[in-house]
Ligand binder design. Structure first.
Ligand SMILES: Nc1nc2c(ncn2[C@@H]2O[C@H](COP(=O)(O)OP(=O)(O)OP(=O)(O)O)[C@@H](O)[C@H]2O)c(=O)[nH]1
Ligand SMILES: [Mg+2]
Ligand SMILES: [Zn+2]
Length: 284
């Protein structure tokens, strides 16, 4: 039998299968081989005497750290049009983290009842990211958001107070009543936070704090230009093949920055990441 781990508590994994939820333990081999199942894992399981055992983990499509969740397809970066004011540095960091982890990001602008967000939409649509404008308060844009994550495993991330939980309550509302108890994931001082995927009709959602505080992990092999769609797009248009877009002549990327096509702020992050990479001993 095959299924998906949606929750883990005290050594038990809860696996959603075609025939319902199965409480499982990892098989003995896993401990010996130091394999740790993650929430989101697609697993092969066996049921013996009414007890479930996870025997195998299928290859992971992506891996999110803090919270550790596998196979997330979409990172919904939630920002507020106002209160708290959007911070593009934080958004860019989350975008880069998503790109590094092989997760498709999109930007969800909530609290559109409080302010417009034309600048943000223009900036990120221009780069090529999907944006959606919603208001949890006025229940606007929720269907469009739902359509964008339908059939996927979507993690909602963003700084505190932007409305992630409000949106997720609207999105999962009816399904949660019949399934798991709707436990609001709070990260208050004394609240135990457990990570859980919530099933939709077709797909899963996950509430996460932070993800902006994590420094992108830059390795020697990482294709940094590939983390920036607006830079990646221009690859091949520079005079030199293998142009790093830093100081080379006739560089299409530098031109685009000068013309305002590529935002200065994003180019600055690009150069900083290149700098970090250059300081890795194995880089060359
Ligand atoms: N005006 C307005 N307020 C909203 C909207 N969505 C959420 N809020 C309010 O914003 C506050 C924060 O919302 P939450 O859903 O708790 O935010 P969160 O992102 O889950 O915050 P953390 O759990 O701390 O990370 C609450 O008081 C909500 O009622 C909206 O669309 N418009
Ligand atoms: Mg919340
Ligand atoms: Zn170049």
């Amino acid at each position: 039998m095959q299924g998906k781990i949606f929750k883990g508590i005290g050594g038990f994994y809860y696996v959603m299968t075609e025939t319902g939820v199965v409480e499982c333990r990892a098989c003995g081999r896993f401990r010996k081989e130091r394999i740790i199942p993650m929430i989101g894992d697609e697993v092969v399981l066996d049921v013996k005497n009414g007890k479930g055992y996870i025997n195998d983990i299928l290859p992971r499509r992506s891996k999110l750290v803090r919270p550790a969740v596998a196979n997330i397809d979409t990172l919904v970066i939630v920002v507020a049009a106002k209160s708290p004011d959007p911070n593009t540095a934080v958004i860019d960091k989350m975008l880069i983290n998503a790109e590094i982890n092989g997760i498709t990001p999109m930007i969800c602008i909530n609290k559109s009842d409080l302010a417009d967000a034309d600048d943000l939409v223009k900036l990120y649509n221009g780069i090529g990211y999907k944006t959606v404008i919603v208001s949890a308060e006025e229940k606007r844009g929720i269907d469009e958001l739902y359509t964008l994550i339908d059939g996927k495993v979507a993690a909602f991330a963003g700084v505190s107070g932007v409305g992630k939980s409000s949106l997720l309550t609207l999105i999962t509302g009816s399904e949660l009543e019949t399934g798991e108890v709707s436990e609001k994931i709070s990260r208050g001082k004394h609240t135990t936070r457990h990570v859980e995927l919530f099933a939709l009709n077709n797909g899963f959602v996950l509430d996460t704090p932070g993800f902006s505080s994590i420094e992108p992990e830059i390795t020697a092999e990482l294709d940094i230009a590939g983390l920036f769609p607006e830079i990646e797009r221009l690859t091949g248009q520079c005079r030199f093949r293998g142009c790093r877009h830093i100081g080379e002549p006739d560089c299409a990327v530098k031109e685009a920055v000068k013309d305002g096509v590529i935002p200065e702020s994003r180019y600055k992050i690009y150069t900083e990441l290149c700098e970090i990479q250059r300081s890795i001993p194995e880089w060359n």
